[in-house]
Design a protein. Structure first.
Length: 382
């Protein structure tokens, strides 16, 4: 197949959708497919191969002509839109792209169902426009159970999870003590780790309150914030990051938290995860297949505390790989951290369970499922 992928973000831009697209495209290419990328001018890089077209300055109405010309140039059999509204600058025009590309079949991968801003008092038009994109597409892929439940009316639909976007192993010279020392942690400290962009849905405020609770009891607990930052697509992340730092100061936690900053070398992310006792990901909307940071922690065999999913997810709720707490409950989170801190045996069991669960989210399998769905859509198209 000759596959075209349209994405609002792509490396070196920072963001989960861009990382997902890059890894998926590489894996599909390894499996023998011809894959071409159409993305933002912000992603332009001399390191990109000729199959990456990072030329579009904004996602306005001119994208219709640009995408049609690009698809014709590369004689594409199918187009795949990697949809996350923030990645396309909240533009409404991307929602009508399938209408303008026929007869080329279009599959839209929904990374979330957040609605675009559009204009003041848009009201019901906002969810309608996302539904229109789903209905106008020849097929859709959802990455999680929550979105799958909302898209039951779409006939040609597949649930295909994402995988870890941190794939490199530990550095060859990895020394756990030196990475812990970089965070200000002593040998007797319990080092917690948070990984991912700073966003109000991640439950960072709950984590900070839990950390204050634990340290208020005199417990030797510290936190490393791995990576993070506001990312390249969602402007609301920047304001949340400012609030977060103000909150840290208000709670007098400055000396208990170490920020690594964005880490271009993925092996250093793996190193900080390995240097920590517990990875804490208290998502406000519950653990989900769509959370790349959770997939990364599983992939690297971490002892993980996260939040109960908002919908039944047997892989998580029936698993021995995760310690689950209610979303938004700082006291329950603090109690879970303290209990796990005092039980190296349970930490080891969670790490073993994480390695076993991670096998369900490997990229070769994800690419195979995606390609099989693409082939199905092509065969069904007129």
């Amino acid at each position: 197949m000759r596959i075209g992928i349209i994405t609002g973000e792509y490396p070196p831009m920072q963001g989960g959708v861009g990382a997902y697209t890059h890894i998926l495209a590489d894996e599909m290419t390894r499996q023998g497919e011809s894959v071409h990328i159409f993305t933002s001018l912000q992603a332009a890089s001399p390191d990109h191969p000729s199959t990456v077209s990072a030329t579009i300055a904004d996602w306005g109405w001119s994208l219709f002509r640009a995408v049609r010309a690009w698809a014709k140039q590369h004689r594409l059999d199918l187009l795949n839109i990697q949809y996350q509204t923030a990645a396309f600058g909240m533009s409404p025009w991307i929602h009508f792209l399938p209408d303008r590309l026929r007869p080329i079949p279009v599959v839209t991968t929904f990374h979330d169902l957040r609605v675009p801003y559009l204009f003041p008092k848009a009201g019901k038009l906002r969810p309608w426009i996302v539904r229109h994109l789903a209905r106008a597409s020849d097929g859709i892929i959802v990455t999680n159970h929550e979105d799958d439940g909302q898209m039951q009316s779409i006939p040609h639909r597949a649930l295909i999870p994402i995988g870890s976007n941190i794939l490199k192993p530990l550095p060859l010279d990895f020394d756990r003590a030196s990475y812990r020392a970089a965070t200000g942690s002593a040998d007797t400290d319990c080092l917690l780790a948070y990984f991912g962009l700073f966003n109000q849905t991640k439950g960072i405020d709950v984590l900070l309150d839990a950390l204050r609770d634990l340290r208020g009891r005199g417990l030797p607990v510290r936190l490393v914030m791995i990576g993070g930052g506001a990312g390249s697509s969602d402007p609301s992340n920047a304001s949340f990051e400012s609030w977060m730092h103000a909150r840290i100061t208000a709670l007098s936690l400055q000396d208990a938290i170490h920020f690594t900053g964005y880490l271009e070398d993925e092996s250093r992310v793996a190193a900080y995860l390995a240097a920590s006792e517990i990875v804490v990901l208290p998502f406000r909307d519950g653990a989900s297949f769509r959370r790349g940071s959770l997939m990364a922690a599983l992939h690297h065999g971490c002892a993980i505390i996260t939040t109960t999913p908002s919908v039944p997810i047997p892989a998580f709720t029936d698993s021995s790989a995760l310690r689950l707490v209610p979303p938004g409950d700082a006291h329950a989170l603090a109690e879970a951290i303290d209990a796990l801190r005092r039980s190296p045996t349970e930490q080891a069991a969670l790490r073993q369970g994480a390695c076993a669960l991670a096998s369900q989210f490997e990229w070769p399998q994800i690419a195979q499922q995606t390609l099989a769905f693409f082939q199905q859509i092509i065969q069904q198209s007129p």
